[in-house]
Design a protein. Structure first.
Length: 89
């Protein structure tokens, strides 16, 4: 489980990106890079990290299911993800 502070920090970054999205788009359309530099760093969408919805883990994130590989394996084994079955041959 990730530290709660990391999860909260990432949520704050998401909120900042959303807040400045229109301003960033306008400045980029004008090609005003000096103006872009004046915005907060966290207004850049690349600073947001994909995190597992269950554990908050950031590595080995599966986008389609929004969980990490470890959580995905546990949930799939328990049959909690529709359409996913454990492979056997």
């Amino acid at each position: 489980m990730a530290k709660t502070s990391w999860i909260n920090r990432n949520n704050r970054k998401r909120a900042t990106v959303k807040k400045y999205a229109a301003v960033r788009a306008e400045l980029k359309a004008k090609k005003d890079y000096a103006g872009l530099a004046q915005l907060p760093r966290d207004a850049n969408p690349t600073r947001v990290v994909n995190r597992c919805e269950v554990t908050g883990r950031r590595r080995a994130f599966i986008r389609r299911f929004k969980v990490s590989r470890l959580t995905f394996r546990e949930l799939a084994s328990q049959g909690l993800i529709p359409g996913v079955t454990k492979s056997s041959w």
